[in-house]
Design a protein around this ligand. Structure first.
Ligand SMILES: [Zn+2]
Length: 69
């Protein structure tokens, strides 16, 4: 329930993993700035918003601060 899968930029409710992207969408993702910042292996842990193409990195999607509340 605390898992945050929402785009922080546009509010889209479902970010997609690499495997969830269509082939066309994967082609778009390959041209995003993140492609030069991260390795392909690293990017398999990322998620993307298919509305605004925000790229969520692992540290963002995996943050679970409330656990140590
Ligand atoms: Zn978005």
């Amino acid at each position: 329930m605390s898992y945050n899968n929402r785009c922080p930029r546009c509010g889209e409710e479902r970010l997609r993993t690499w495997d969830e992207l269509s082939e066309d969408e994967q082609e778009i993702v390959k041209r995003l700035p993140g492609a030069t910042e991260y390795t392909a292996a690293e990017r398999t842990t990322h998620r993307w918003c298919t509305r605004c193409w925000f790229e969520a990195t692992r540290s963002l999607t995996m943050s679970r601060r409330s656990l140590s509340d």
